[in-house]
Design a protein around this ligand. Structure first.
Ligand SMILES: Nc1ncnc2c1ncn2[C@@H]1O[C@H](COP(=O)(O)OP(=O)(O)OP(=O)(O)O)[C@@H](O)[C@H]1O
Length: 518
C-alpha cells in the first residue's frame, strides 16, 4: 500500500526536552535496539531552535479542536487537568492538523498526556465507516506502555463512545508467558486503532511476521523518549533503519522530517545553553523541590554532603486537586497481568552497599508520608534490593504499574498530603522509570551516581517529583569511597560524592541538608 502524505508520527522524550512528530511511516523498518549500546552517546537535540511563535490562540481544550467525547472523558477522569499547558496549546492543534512536529519541553509539562489527547481525538473523530489507519506509539519500557493505556482506559470509561477499549488501544509487549504466535494472532483478530509497545516487542513481531503490524499503513507514529531511543542505537547499524533513521535524519535534520517546506514544526524549548541554569530550576520543580545528598563513608557513617544548605521551614503542601476514584472497568477491558516476578536467590552476595540501603531505609522511614520511589542503576537487581529493604522492615515493592500496590494505585492518586500508616517504597531502575508519572510521589531516592550520562540521568530521575509546581525531595545516597573492578579486573575506587557534586554544579542545584541526618 502506498503511504499517504497525510501520515504523521510523534516522538516524545521525558528528559529535559523533546518530543517529535514526523511522517512517512512507509520508510520505517524496525531493527532490534533493545539492550544495544552506542559508543557515541553525545547526541543532543536539546537546543534545536523553536520555529513556532509563542502561543496566542485558544486557551481551552475545546478551543484547541479536541474531539468533544475525549474532552468529556478528560474532565471526568482527570478533573485537575482543567486547561492546557503552554506546550499543549501549541502542539495539540499541530498534531490534529497533520503536521510533523518535533516537540521539546521541560519534564512534566504534559507532553505525553497531551499527545495522547490529540491522538485519541484523531482516531475517535474519524468517520466510523471510512475509518483511519492505525497509529503506533513507541515507548522505551513496559510500564510506560501501560501508563498510556491506563490513561486511555480511564478516559474511555467516561467518553460515552461506543467503540470498545480494545478496539481503540492495545499494548504490545513481550513477556515470557505469552508466546509470540499468540501475540500475533491476537493482533490479527482485533487490530486496535492505537498500538502501544516497546521497540523490542515491535521488532520481535516484525521478524516473525511482518504483515502482523500495519507498518506501511500508519496514520501517526509517536516516539516517546526519542533521545533515549536514539542513544540506544548501535553505531554500526547497516542501512538506514528505524531508529537509525532517527540518528541519521532526525538529529542531523537532513530532511527526512521535512517532507514539505515548513512542514516540520519545532515547538517549545528554545533554550540557550547560557540559560540552562534557569531552565533546570524550572525543570526540577523550581524552589519547591529539595535536593539532598547523603554520603556513606568507608566506616559506615551517614552524613549530609558538606556545604549543604539548611532546609527551609516546612510548609505543608496544599492542593485543590481531588483524589480521583478509580472507575470500574469491565472485566473484558481489563489489562492482562503478566506472570509474577521470579523467585529471589538471596544466598548470592548482594551487589548493594548495606550502609547505603540502611540510609535509604532510615530516610524513608523518617520522612516519607505515603509513597516514594527508589531508582537503581539500570543493571541492578531490583528484586534483590526489594528483598533487602523488606528485611529492614520497609514496605518495598518492585515498581509494576499493572499491580495495585506496586504502582497502579499511584497512577491516579493526587492526595499529596495524605500520610499512611505503612508508606510504600517503589523500587525501579533508571531505564524503567523514564516518563513515568506517579503524581503522589513525594520523595525520590537515587542509589549512587549514574556513570552513563550522569547529568541527564539526574535530571530525568529528579523530574519524577515536583511536577506541576508541587514540592518534593530528591535524595541521592552516594559512597565516599566506592570499590569497583576495572575492565582488566583490578580493584580501584571512586568517590561518588565528588562526581555528584560536579553534576549538581553543572545543573545549578545547591544541595539541601536532609534534616534527620544532621
Ligand atoms: N494541562 C494539564 N493540567 C494539569 N495537569 C496536567 C496537564 N497535562 C498533563 N497533566 C498531568 O501532568 C502529569 C505529567 O504529564 P506528562 O507525563 O504528559 O508530562 P511530560 O511532559 O511527558 O513529562 P516527562 O517529560 O517527565 O515525561 C500527568 O499527571 C498529567 O495528568
Amino acid at each position: 500500500m502506498k503511504p499517504s502524505l497525510q501520515s504523521t508520527s510523534v516522538a516524545c522524550t521525558k528528559s529535559r526536552l523533546s518530543c517529535a512528530l514526523w511522517a512517512r511511516p512507509s520508510r520505517w523498518q524496525i531493527r532490534s535496539i533493545h539492550g544495544a549500546h552506542s559508543e557515541n552517546r553525545s547526541l543532543d537535540i536539546s537546543f534545536l531552535p523553536s520555529s513556532f511563535p509563542p502561543h496566542a490562540g485558544p486557551t481551552s481544550f475545546e478551543g484547541l479542536g479536541l474531539f468533544r467525547p475525549v474532552i468529556a472523558g478528560l474532565r471526568n477522569a482527570f478533573p485537575s487537568v482543567a486547561t492546557p499547558t503552554d506546550t499543549q496549546k501549541r502542539f495539540i492543534p499541530a498534531v490534529l492538523s497533520g503536521n510533523d512536529v518535533m516537540l521539546k519541553d521541560r519534564t512534566g509539562s504534559g507532553k505525553s498526556f497531551g499527545l495522547l489527547l490529540a491522538l485519541l481525538s484523531k482516531h475517535l473523530s474519524a468517520d466510523k465507516f471510512a475509518g483511519i489507519r492505525p497509529s503506533l506509539v513507541i515507548v522505551p519500557h513496559r510500564d510506560l506502555a501501560y501508563q498510556f493505556l491506563h490513561w486511555i482506559q480511564h478516559m474511555h470509561v467516561h467518553m460515552g463512545h461506543s467503540t470498545s477499549l480494545s478496539s481503540i488501544a492495545q499494548v504490545v509487549i513481550r513477556n515470557a508467558d505469552t508466546p509470540l504466535d499468540v501475540e500475533i494472532n491476537t493482533l490479527r483478530d482485533s487490530q486496535p486503532q492505537i498500538l502501544i509497545g516497546t521497540p523490542q516487542a515491535f521488532w520481535d513481531i516484525v521478524q516473525e511476521d511482518e504483515s502482523a503490524l500495519p507498518l506501511r499503513a500508519l496514520s501517526t507514529v509517536i516516539v516517546d523518549e526519542v533521545d533515549y531511543l536514539i542513544e540506544s542505537v548501535p553505531e554500526n547499524i547497516e542501512n538506514a533503519t528505524f531508529p537509525g533513521h532517527l540518528r541519521k535524519h532526525l538529529v542531523t535534520e537532513s530532511g527526512w522530517l521535512t517532507r514539505k517546506p515548513g512542514g516540520l514544526l519545532k515547538i517549545g524549548g528554545s533554550i540557550e545553553p547560557k540559560r540552562i541554569q534557569d531552565e533546570v530550576k524550572y525543570t526540577l520543580g523550581g524552589t519547591s523541590v529539595q535536593h539532598c545528598v547523603v554520603v556513606i563513608s568507608k566506616n559506615g557513617d551517614i552524613t549530609n554532603i558538606e556545604d549543604a544548605l539548611e532546609p527551609p521551614a516546612s510548609t505543608p503542601e496544599t492542593s485543590d486537586e481531588p483524589e480521583i476514584a478509580t472507575p470500574s472497568v469491565a472485566p473484558s477491558e481489563q489489562v492482562k497481568v503478566p506472570a509474577p516476578t521470579p523467585v529471589l536467590d538471596s544466598k548470592s552476595p548482594s551487589p548493594f552497599n548495606p550502609n547505603s540501603l540502611e540510609a535509604i531505609a532510615a530516610a524513608f522511614a523518617l520522612d516519607v508520608p505515603s509513597v516514594a520511589l527508589l531508582v537503581l542503576p539500570s543493571s541492578s537487581p531490583v528484586h534483590r534490593a526489594v528483598y533487602e529493604l523488606q528485611m529492614m522492615g520497609i514496605n518495598a515493592h518492585g515498581l509494576d504499574v499493572l499491580r495495585e500496590e506496586q504502582g497502579r494505585a499511584y497512577l491516579m492518586r493526587r492526595d499529596f498530603n495524605a500520610a499512611t500508616s505503612n508508606p510504600t517504597l517503589l523500587v525501579s531502575t533508571l531505564a524503567s522509570t523514564r516518563g513515568l508519572d506517579l503524581p503522589v510521589l513525594s520523595h525520590v531516592f537515587i542509589y549512587g551516581v549514574f556513570e552513563d550520562q550522569p547529568v541527564d540521568s539526574y535530571l530525568h530521575i529528579a523530574g519524577r517529583v515536583g511536577r506541576f509546581g508541587r514540592g518534593g525531595k530528591v535524595i541521592s545516597v552516594v559512597e565516599r569511597v566506592r570499590a569497583f573492578k576495572t575492565d582488566k579486573g583490578k580493584l580501584a575506587s571512586k568517590n561518588d560524592m565528588v562526581t555528584l557534586q560536579r553534576v549538581l554544579k553543572k545543573i545549578g542545584v545547591v544541595a539541601t541538608k536532609f534534616e534527620h541526618f544532621n
